[in-house]
Structures are given as C-alpha cells and as structure tokens.
Design a protein around this ligand. Structure first.
Ligand SMILES: [Zn+2]
Length: 151
C-alpha cells in the first residue's frame, strides 16, 4: 500500500520556530487538516533533511536557464552536501554556470530541504489551498513551501 504525504516547510532550510510558535503551527495544522487526513505531525527533525517527491519525481531543472539538470550530477552534489548535514547546499550549475543552491533548483514536483516539517499523511488532496498556507505563513512569519510525495 502506498501513502501520500504533504510536507509544509520553510523557504530557509535551517529555519526552526521557537517553542510557542512551533506549538501554534502544530495546532493550526491539526485544526486545518486533522479531519481531512490520516495523521498530522510537526516538529524539528534535529537536522536538515531532504524532502523528496517519491513516485512523483519528474525532473530537475536550472532556475536560471531552465536546462534539465543531470540526475547523476545532482546525486553527486547531494552526496557531498549530505556529508556536511546539508548545511552547505551551494552548487554551480553545469549548463550556464549559475551559482545557486540545491534548495533553489527547480524540482518537479516541488521538493526541498528543511529542519522544521509539518507533515500531513493522506490529505484528501495533493496540496493545501492558498488560504491555509497563508494562515500558516502568518504564524511562521516566513514564506512556506509545499512538498507532496507518494511512496
Ligand atoms: Zn542553467
């Protein structure tokens, strides 16, 4: 049996909310998604993790020129970054020599890096609506990103 996950993460991989804000985010997510999903959890993973798309991986491209990023090249950069706990995500693309980061490459579907993760399992749709995300962003005080995955 496969499962769907929606992860809501901050734009900055190493961002974590303080205690009260983390509690508020968890409570708000529970209120928004609790009745429409199998499980809602949230918390600081203790280190930066990569949230992938599982079966929904389609490809990666350059944020500057749009060229496809070679997945073997990407895999090597991921291995190197993992050795440092994903604290340094900077890369220079092969296609046009752009200085960017592994977090800023264009993933389809979206993916990203984060410490603090709100996770909703088996939500009744793939992504949360804009109103819910805006409400969570208001609490977080940061732009948030949605990463949907199926395993
Ligand atoms: Zn490029």
């Amino acid at each position: 049996m496969s499962s769907n996950y929606l992860r809501i993460i901050a734009d900055l991989p190493d961002w974590t909310p303080d205690g009260p804000r983390a509690e508020q985010l968890g409570a708000a997510a529970q209120e928004m998604f609790g009745a429409r999903s199998a499980e809602v959890t949230s918390g600081d993973r203790g280190e930066i993790v990569f949230l992938d798309q599982g079966e929904w991986f389609e490809g990666i491209s350059c944020p500057n020129c749009g060229a496809a990023v070679d997945t073997a090249w990407w895999g090597e950069r991921m291995d190197t970054a993992a050795e440092n706990g994903f604290t340094d995500l900077s890369v220079t693309t092969e296609c046009c020599g752009s200085a960017t980061s592994l977090n800023d490459l264009v993933y389809r579907k979206p993916a990203g890096f984060a410490r603090f993760v709100i996770e909703v399992r088996e939500l009744d749709k793939t992504y949360a609506d804009d109103t819910s995300v805006a409400a969570l962003e208001q609490i977080a005080g940061r732009p948030l990103r949605q990463v949907a995955a199926r395993y």
